[in-house]
Ligand binder design. Structure first.
Ligand code: APR
Length: 234
């Protein structure tokens, strides 16, 4: 690989995107300075037990997060990724992010591993899009009046098997795997990094910090996502 990486040289490319991608837009990451889990206990706001104990409190927390995301705008790196994807039909994007920032820049996301802040779910009646404003359009299922919960994989939840299967299939056939802005600390999502390596993909990491997975990459670019995505790839 030369300094500029020509994506057209790879039959299939996967970008594996974490919270660091949104950081430059002003969306806080989860870990590190200012991280969400340094300020809030997930046990109080991001697990089914918390929701069962205090649905209104948990929904309030997620509304605050939705409102915060809506004050943020995609950055140049988001738009660069959308442009690269438009030029490369087999450029796939798999994200752990729930904030929808990639989609707002026009990126097609193949797998939202941890769900979305912009969908709600009734245990009985399934998923409803809810993307208009910071406030949820309704907190109760119109069909059965049960509390709706965000369609997010909280701590202690099982992952969405269908979404993980699809992501696994894309990664198993990727010739180039590029991790952007993830600490690689949360499993099972982080298992996709060794999976890509075992499958024989060329491995690139973009993160200003070393991560738990850095040793699995051939190249680690200690750059912010916006700079890396606007300069490293054609
Ligand atoms: N560009 C690239 N990476 C950055 C930038 C930036 N401008 N700023 C910060 N980072 C890196 C940090 O160094 C860190 O390694 O982004 C990473 C963010 O890590 P986390 O906060 O742990 O986010 P992520 O890996 O996406 O978290 C995974 O944890 O709580 C759960 O469900 C939540 O999806 C989330 C999962």
């Amino acid at each position: 690989m030369t300094n500029t990486i020509k994506l057209a040289e790879f039959s299939s490319v996967v970008f594996f995107v974490g919270a660091g991608m949104s950081a430059e837009s002003g969306v806080p990451t989860y870990r590190g300075a200012g991280g969400i889990w340094t300020q809030y206990r997930y046990q109080d706001f991001a697990c089914q037990r918390a929701f069962d104990a205090d649905p209104q409190g948990v929904l309030d927390f997620h509304e605050v997060r939705r409102e915060a995301v809506l004050t943020c705008k995609p950055h140049a790196g988001h738009y660069a990724l959308a442009k690269l994807q438009a030029a490369h039909p087999r450029l796939h994007v798999i994200t752990q992010n729930i904030d929808g920032m990639l989609q707002r820049a026009g990126v097609h996301v193949d797998a939202e591993l941890h769900g979305s802040l912009w969908r709600m779910r009734c245990a009985k009646h399934g998923i409803r899009e809810d993307a208009a404003t910071g406030q949820f359009s309704t907190r109760r299922c119109p069909d059965c009046d049960a509390w709706l919960r965000p369609d997010i994989t909280w701590f202690e939840d099982a992952v969405n098997e269908d979404v993980f299967t699809k992501a696994g299939e894309l990664i198993a056939t990727a010739e180039l795997f590029i991790s952007v802005g993830t600490s690689a600390a949360v499993y099972p999502a982080a298992n996709f990094i060794p999976l890509a390596r075992r499958a024989g993909a060329r491995m690139i990491e973009i993160n200003p910090e070393r991560t738990e997975a850095s040793t699995l990459f051939e190249r680690c670019y200690a750059l912010p996502a916006s700079e890396a995505l606007t300069t490293l790839f054609v």
